[in-house]
Design a protein. Structure first.
Length: 245
């Protein structure tokens, strides 16, 4: 198991979960590509499969290599995308006006902080955003979910943050700035071609994409009914509504 081989598998598929979903064939996973004849057993004791532990650690190394992109895009699960696929997702999910205008207030706060300093651990991010404590847990989780779905944040290594290491999270625009800039010039035809190739291999990814896209449109329509038209630019590109909207 090597970074090189894992990157090859991710590039071939366009996008893969890290671990299979209840050992089902769909969506395809990095585990199923590396070990096609082996079911995965999520056991971390002495009787467990050490390949699971190795892949978990490889996941961290892959997230830092910048040859692929690590995110929690599919139903909050660990997901890797090839660089071209992630660019196409940015075009369709991050660059649209309704994408950033419909962000929950907590998500805007998280993104502002990460645009200033990335990556940050869970502990650091909660502290900097003021979203710490049990009473803020729901708002924090919803904020991250909305940012993961749009491709606005990525996973980038781990940080020793207590009893267990936590995923370091960063703004996509900051950590993958070249990728972000190149995505702006991606044509609609090229974007569609890249995503169609992904969806042919991963039909459940297509369903997730359509669900997210529909949610963005619905949220944008609701926000327009509120009559808020003014806004401001976040970072270099992202348009966000006023904080009181």
């Amino acid at each position: 198991m090597s970074i090189k081989k894992a990157v090859e598998k991710i590039n071939e598929g366009g996008g893969l979960l890290v671990f299979p979903l209840d050992n089902r064939p769909d969506p395809q996973s990095l585990w199923s590509k590396l070990y096609p004849k082996s079911e995965m057993r999520w056991e971390w004791d002495t009787s467990g499969d050490d390949r699971v532990v190795r892949l978990w650690h490889l996941r961290t190394e892959l997230s830092l290599c910048k040859k692929v992109v690590y995110t929690k895009w599919f139903r909050g699960r660990a997901t890797f995308f090839s660089l071209p696929v992630f660019q196409a997702l940015l075009v369709e999910l991050a660059f649209l006006k309704e994408s950033t205008r419909s962000l929950p207030e907590a998500a805007r706060t998280v993104l502002r902080v990460l645009e200033e300093d990335s990556p940050l651990s869970t502990k650091q991010l909660k502290k900097e955003t003021g979203l710490k404590g049990k009473d803020q847990e729901s708002a924090y989780n919803k904020a991250l979910k909305s940012l993961w779905e749009r491709g606005l944040i990525v996973g980038f290594g781990e940080v020793d943050d207590g009893a267990f290491p936590s995923l370091a999270i960063g703004a996509s625009q900051l950590l993958f700035d070249d990728l972000w800039e190149e995505a702006k010039s991606l044509s609609p035809v090229k974007t569609e071609k890249i995503l169609n190739q992904l969806f042919q291999a991963q039909p459940l990814f297509k369903k997730e994409f359509e669900k997210i896209k529909k949610g963005l449109s619905g949220s944008f329509i609701s926000s327009k009914k509120g009559g808020k038209k003014n806004g401001f630019v976040l970072g270099k590109d992202l348009f966000l509504p006023p904080q009181d909207s």
